[in-house]
Design a protein around this ligand. Structure first.
Ligand code: FES
Length: 100
């Protein structure tokens, strides 16, 4: 595991998301009420990109089949056998770091 500088914090104002590529891993960063979360960008159901998924609170709703995925825990509320990858985040001196 290593910590990678992913973005400037100001690039992700509250209520926004940012898709970044961290050494070939597409990672979604979310700012939900000032808290930053990092997840993979592919739905665990059929590997559809999630950067267009709608967000309701901490729950992403995949635009393809409507599966619901928690961005904080990775839990899939629609099918408990599936999990969205989530990554630890560190915010320091105006930058967002993701542990991969
Ligand atoms: S690909 Fe996301 S719910 Fe089916």
């Amino acid at each position: 595991m290593a910590l990678f500088k992913a973005a400037r914090l100001r690039e992700i104002p509250p209520g926004n998301r940012l898709l970044v590529d961290i050494h070939g891993i597409e990672t979604l960063l979310f700012n939900i009420d000032g808290e930053i979360y990092a997840t993979g960008n592919y739905c665990p159901h059929e590997e559809i990109e999630l950067d267009r998924a709608s967000l309701n609170g901490h729950t992403l709703i995949c635009w393809e089949h409507g599966y619901e995925l928690r961005v904080d825990t990775g839990e899939c509320l629609t099918d408990c056998s599936l999990k969205l990858p989530t990554f630890p985040v560190v915010v320091k001196e105006g930058y967002v770091y993701v542990e991969l």
